[in-house]
Ligand binder design. Structure first.
Ligand code: NDP
Ligand code: 2IT
Length: 444
């Protein structure tokens, strides 16, 4: 058995009940086969892959809090500190009822390679809770965040581990978490990113993941003789990543005709009115259905069918495994030419293979959504220097980083004889930097 197959079998055996983690590891190992085979003896001797797939540390804790009725609630809290070879652990916190250790291990594992691709000094981590912020009052969210941080604060720090947002964690939650960290430790430091602008946040961080997604999409289209202007785009989700992907796509001349949430999707052939989506989602914390109640040209459909809408470009920006084989076939049948992942692992393995085999350009999340964490690293730099850059300065840096990630993924794919396979290219390029740092630092 090859070294990579052996490690995959070991991961499945030793991490039962964690299918998303197995899936993420398999995709990376499959891409790395060529690189690993060429150095198999050396890598085996140093237990490289055994170390790479095992988190440095997982912290798991109880999060008790009191709801508005006076009832005590208890949630599970986690932080997966996966790999610190190239910098302090960095990665978001997810608050969603589906969160468990396996989901956070998949996300933390992906984060290692994504963070490496940004070229900035950040290791890989992820955390979160099975807490569901939906329908909770601001006071309940604050009570939960304060309890969560009371435990988490023991394990994080500006030079140690720097969490940020993800699903269910936005500006409101980061504010409550930051306040409690400061209260407990007495430190006013850059321990979280995605902070508000008047207490250490960076301009562009809110927009960064969505904007970065469209910057790298544009780069991929241009290198393949296409352009974004005039294209019809479908975006899934209507959260942070989706909203700012739509904003940038519209600015660059594309027409976005659909968005979704976990209940269903809206189709607006005249083009999504983003101000209304922002009002519904960012201000009222409502449902995407309300869009169709207010816009005559729009229709709402319950369920998952957003990928049946005809488009040139599909941007999955909601959650893992939301785009399956049947969806990929529908996209192909409707003439879709490109898919770029705003979410983490939104495309199943079968769908990814189908898309790549059928000549649709495909940019994987590790590369495509790295603009968020890259801008978080820029926030860390600004915090360390105790100054803040202008919107234009941060946006220019973000553009440069996304172009550089495109080039790294494209070059690595070409070097290994799989030109145009950005999945392989991103995994290989991300891996190369991490592995060099791990080799240099000995057996730790
Ligand atoms: P938000 O919480 O702001 O929005 C999430 C969106 O996805 C909502 O519209 C939500 O709908 C939908 N969604 C969530 N879970 C499901 C589900 N199980 N089925 C269908 N729809 C679902 O999160 P973000 O926009 O921040 O995150 C979206 C994705 O992007 C995630 O995969 C995240 O890991 C990834 N990402 C985020 C980054 C960031 O900077 N925020 C950076 C890089 C990647 P509903 O409201 O109904 O739950
Ligand atoms: O998946 C991700 O890259 C994020 N949720 C952002 C992480 C960060 O530290 O900004």
């Amino acid at each position: 058995m090859s070294y990579t197959d052996e490690i995959y079998a070991r991961v499945v055996e030793q991490n039962p009940g964690e299918p998303e983690f197995h899936q993420a590891v398999k995709e990376v190992l499959d891409s790395l086969k060529l690189v690993i085979d060429a150095n198999e003896k050396e890598y085996r001797a140093m237990g490289l892959l055994e170390r790479l797939v095992e988190p440095e540390r997982i912290i798991s804790f109880r999060v008790p809090w009191v709801d508005d009725k006076g009832q005590v609630q208890v949630n599970k809290g986690y932080r997966v500190q996966f790999n610190s070879a190239i910098g302090p652990y960095k990665g978001g916190l997810r608050f969603h009822p589906s969160v468990n250790q396996g989901i956070l291990k998949f996300l933390g594992f992906e984060q290692i390679f994504k963070n490496s691709l940004t070229g900035l000094p950040i290791g890989g981590g992820k955390g979160g809770s099975n807490f569901d912020p939906k329908g909770k009052s601001d006071r309940e969210v604050m009570a939960f965040c304060q309890s969560f941080m009371t435990e988490l604060s023991k394990y994080i720090g500006a030079d140690q581990d720097v969490p940020a947002g993800d699903i269910g964690v936005g500006g409101r939650e980061i504010g409550f978490l930051y306040g409690q960290y400061k209260r407990l430790t007495g430190l006013y430091e850059g321990v979280l990113t995605g902070k508000g602008l008047n207490y250490g946040g960076s301009l562009v961080r809110t927009q960064a993941t969505g904007y970065g997604l469209v910057y790298i999409l544009d780069e991929m289209l241009t290198h393949n003789g296409q352009s974004l202007a005039g294209k019809t785009v479908v975006v899934s989700g209507s959260g942070n990543v989706a909203i700012y992907a739509v904003e940038k796509a519209q600015q660059l001349g594309a027409k976005v005709v659909a968005m979704s949430d976990s209940n269903g999707y809206v189709y607006d052939p005249e083009g999504i009115k983003l101000d209304l989506v922002k009002e519904i989602k960012e201000v009222k914390r409502g449902r995407i259905k309300e869009y169709a109640d207010q816009v005559a040209s729009a229709s709402y459909t319950d369920g998952k069918g957003v990928w049946t809408i005809a488009c040139d470009i599909a941007l999955p920006c909601a959650t893992q495994n939301e785009l399956g084989l049947e969806d990929a076939k529908a996209l192909k049948a409707n003439g879709c030419i490109a898919v770029a992942e705003g979410a983490n692992m939104p495309t199943t393995r079968e769908a990814t293979d189908y898309i790549q085999e059928n000549g649709i350009m495909f940019m994987p999340g590790k590369a495509a959504n790295a603009g968020g964490v890259a801008t978080s690293a820029l926030e860390m730099s600004q915090n360390s220097m105790r100054l803040s850059w202008s919107f234009e300065e941060v946006d220019e840096k973000l553009k440069g980083i996304m172009k550089d990630i495109y080039r790294k993924a494209a070059d690595a794919a070409e070097r290994y004889g799989v030109a145009g396979n950005y999945v392989a290219g991103a995994n290989i390029a991300g891996f190369e930097k991490v592995v060099d740092a791990m080799k240099a630092q000995g057996i730790v």
